[in-house]
Design a protein around this ligand. Structure first.
Ligand code: ASP
Ligand code: MG
Length: 418
């Protein structure tokens, strides 16, 4: 079977949805599960709505709610024939009533628990899948809308929930596997799930790729495809570097390094499940389906291509024992214990005789972490840096790193610059 994932840009308006439906129709010879994320920038709009409600800005929140509703209603008018519009509107009405009720509820309350954020933003995916499912049905495709909240079970770490694999596997095996057949499409929301006691959760922004990977894993898919507006995975962000090239084949390892270090083309959590089942991931272009795209599998590109990735908002830390002790394992263990507890996110580590160098995400937790160390260590922090990762580096790339503050090197070279 085949799992396909379409992101917000691929369903951003009526012509785009028609194009996605056409792509789906061309793949009906195999059982299909299609994962879709919120239409265009709907998640951002719902996030704004959640924050306005949290800040008790009642009027602005309701105006924002109406804006989101208007956008979807217009889309329904553009996409469907006049005899279908009323039925489709009726089908999404319940979602808007629920959003409105939640927002009114927050405005009455003093507090804003994080689970409310997840509930509000989850409606982007619920709306998108309802509309696309209706459209496919009208086109005569055997379409089953499924609720990812009932299938993908998570912990209660709202905004970035962790998947409970045993339950998720059992649910998908029970509810989806037996009903798969060529000619039928299961349409599921990306990004969302729920806790064992039924509270809606989200898997982290841009997490729909991960949902696709979860379905592919649980259904033992023979392939997983992610449809983007680019011809495939490029060796650098074209906004940052000239003369980028498209990579035909990437190994799982190269892909996971690229995504972890900031290539935004695929959500970093996506690779592990498909690696564990050796399912190839095909990155395809929805604007031109004849393009070959990029295949992520156990195969590397025949010709070596150097890739350049950047991760912004990084901080560089130099930690030294005040008494000139060696930076030995016992001290490192102590420091890492504090790192773990304070929630600092470390991207690169290097040690010397009496220092530990860290590249970390530049977040407010840095100061809490520092205060835990100040008794025994001096801590120097430089903020506002960018971490550069060069995969398959050449001698020329080494020169570029000569003024970097920290360099680490193996097959992949990482360095930090202002
Ligand atoms: N709609 C969600 C977001 O914008 C998830 C996704 O796009 O993958 O973050
Ligand atoms: Mg998206």
């Amino acid at each position: 079977m085949h799992v396909m994932k379409f992101g917000g840009a691929s369903v951003k308006d009526a012509p785009s949805i028609r194009n996605v439906a056409q792509i789906i129709r061309e793949h009906l010879n195999e059982p299909l599960v299609v994962v879709i994320s919120a239409i265009d920038k709907t998640t951002n709009s719902l996030e704004t709505l959640a924050h306005l409600a949290r800040d008790n800005k009642g009027e602005e929140a309701m105006a924002q709610f109406r804006k989101v509703r208007r956008f979807h209603i217009h889309l329904i008018h553009d996409l469907f024939g006049s005899e279908e519009v009323a039925g489709v509107q009726e089908n999404v009405r319940q979602f808007f009533e629920e959003i409105e009720r939640i927002v009114q509820g927050i405005l009455l309350l003093e507090e804003f628990p994080p689970r409310i954020y997840d509930r509000i933003v989850s409606y982007g995916e619920l709306l998108a899948t309802r509309i696309v499912a209706e459209y496919l049905s009208v086109q005569g495709v055997d379409t089953q809308w499924i609720d990812s909240r009932q299938l993908v079970k998570t912990d209660a770490n709202y905004k970035s929930a962790g998947v409970v694999w045993s339950l998720t596997q059992a649910n998908i095996s029970r509810e989806v596997s037996p009903l798969l057949q060529p000619g039928r499409v299961f349409l599921a929301q990306g990004f969302i799930g729920s806790t064992t006691d039924g509270h809606t959760t989200t898997l982290g922004r841009e997490g729909s790729d991960y949902t696709g990977s979860i379905f592919a894993f649980c259904l033992n898919a023979s392939r997983f495809s992610v449809w983007k507006d680019v011809p495939g995975i490029l060796n650098a962000d074209p906004r940052i570097r000239e003369n980028t090239v498209k990579i035909d084949f990437l190994s799982y390892e190269e892909a996971v390094e690229m995504t972890f270090y900031g290539a935004s083309v695929i959500h970093p959590n996506t690779i592990k499940p498909i690696y564990n089942k050796q399912i190839p991931l095909h990155v395809k272009c929805f604007k031109d389906t004849s393009l070959p795209g990029t295949i992520i599998s156990d195969r590397t590109n025949p010709e070596v291509i150097t890739s350049y990735i950047q991760k912004k908002d990084q901080a560089f830390m130099v930690i030294k024992p005040k008494d000139f002790s060696f930076m030995e394992e016992r001290l490192m263990q102590e420091i890492f214990d504090h790192i773990y507890k304070s929630g600092l996110k470390v991207n690169l580590v290097q040690n010397s005789a009496i220092s530990l160098l860290l590249c970390v995400d530049d977040k407010p937790v840095i100061s809490a972490f520092n205060s835990l160390l100040l008794d025994r260590f001096t801590v120097e922090v430089t903020q506002g840096l960018t971490l550069n990762t060069v995969i398959n580096f050449t001698v020329k790339d080494l020169k570029e790193a000569s003024d970097a503050v920290m360099v680490q090197q193996n097959g992949t070279k990482l360095f930090m610059v202002k």
